[in-house]
Design a protein around this ligand. Structure first.
Ligand SMILES: *Cc1c(COP(=O)(O)O)cnc(C)c1O
Length: 369
């Protein structure tokens, strides 16, 4: 196949849509003709499907993943100056909402192999002011939640999982029990941004919890702080998943596990192809988490990451750097975070490169890449 004809994408939303076109088009038209645009039956249906899929008691849909994180933190009644532990190697949202709420982000380093914070890193950052931690299940696999939850319980710290990149992954406890990522912390948050593993055709997000009291508070915060219409008990926000997106997501959720299988097939292909290349480190797969490969992220350890990216680009292979700058170096966080250097985060920002990864990558395309 000609490389131009392949038209390789980081994420191929078009082919995924074409496979479900009939069903999705009908569902969208049904919402349009029902006129139930806000909190309609489609939203309740998706909520129930997501609860069943995740094995979680409460799913509260909202407008996007960033809102989900903000609402989660608002549900705890934290005070300005309370400390929230967050990895410095993540998407901006995770730390942004902490700063926005005038809480203090305590940025911590990550494990160089899994890209996630570890229970040891979490424990070492705890102070008397620590009220919450936001572990990020980066690139598609779980943080080590069992010991993290034990540490959190001991110090009375809330755990909010940022599961925007790992929806559908399973974490295995020491007794062999498994649980979906995002349902292990007190609250879990996810995003349905189109390129996420479960992507809408616009913005969307959701909050997961097994705690009834937190679920009630989250629903209230997400709905202008009201439990009863026009009676506002707290200052909240307006954050809803719209009915059209919910109808689309309810269809796509049925295929989420198959999408993860497709991503794993692509990852296996990459792993086999790259395993003997010096200075190229393939992703580590943890023993206690499945990987849903939101990203397939290599480390280039000889300092030639940018050369590799240029080389790929000249041959029509897209790639991305997630993430090029540690959060503590971002201008926005200068006034919020006292962290100035974290060695692993610093190194990862110079070494990582993510290759095309989606459910529709076929063998000829993978072979070309
Ligand atoms: C995508 C993402 C978010 C934010 O989701 P939006 O829906 O874009 O607001 C938050 N955290 C992580 C780790 C993400 O990848």
């Amino acid at each position: 196949m000609e490389k131009a004809a392949m038209n390789i994408q980081m994420v191929d939303l078009k082919r995924q849509y074409q496979k479900l076109k009939g069903e999705i088009d009908q569902a969208v038209l049904d919402v349009v003709s029902s006129c139930a645009y806000i909190n309609g039956p489609a939203v309740r249906q998706f909520q129930a499907s997501m609860e069943a899929y995740n094995g979680v008691k409460h799913v509260i849909p909202c407008a996007n993943g960033t809102d989900a994180l903000q609402i989660a933190l608002m549900a705890f009644d934290l005070q300005p100056g309370d400390e929230v532990i967050v990895p410095a190697f993540t998407y901006v949202s995770t730390a942004e909402v902490i700063a926005l709420l005038r809480l203090t982000p305590i940025m911590v380093d990550v494990d160089p192999h899994t890209f996630n914070i570890t229970p040891e890193i979490f424990a070492a950052a705890i102070t008397p002011k620590t009220k919450a931690v936001v572990p990020v299940n980066l690139f598609g696999q779980s943080c080590d939640m069992e010991p993290s939850m034990a540490i959190a319980a001991k110090h009375n710290i809330y755990v909010v999982e940022d599961n925007a990149q790992a929806i559908g992954a399973d974490y295995t406890f020491s007794d062999g029990r498994t649980q979906k990522t995002g349902t292990i912390g007190h609250i879990g948050c996810t995003s349905f941004y189109p390129s996420k593993n479960l992507g809408a055709y616009g913005d969307g997000g959701a909050i997961f919890t097994n705690h009834d009291d937190l679920a009630q508070k989250i629903r209230m915060v997400a709905n202008h702080g009201q439990a009863r219409r026009y009676y506002h008990d707290a200052v909240g926000v307006n954050s809803r998943l719209d009915s059209i997106q919910a109808a689309i997501l309810d269809i796509k959720l049925k295929h989420l596990d198959a999408y993860a299988e497709g991503r794993n097939r692509a990852a296996d292909h990459y792993d086999a192809a790259f395993k003997d290349i010096p200075h190229l480190i393939t992703p580590v797969r943890q023993h206690n988490s499945t990987h849903v490969f939101h990203q397939y992220t290599l480390k280039v350890t000889d300092g030639r990451r940018d050369d590799l990216q240029r080389y790929l680009s000249e041959r029509s292979v897209p790639s991305m750097i997630y993430y090029p700058v540690p959060l503590y170096e971002q201008e926005a966080f200068k006034g919020f975070s006292s962290t100035t250097h974290l060695p692993v985060t610093h190194e990862l920002c110079e070494q990582v490169i993510s290759l095309p990864m989606h459910s529709e990558l076929d063998t000829p395309t993978l072979a070309y890449i």
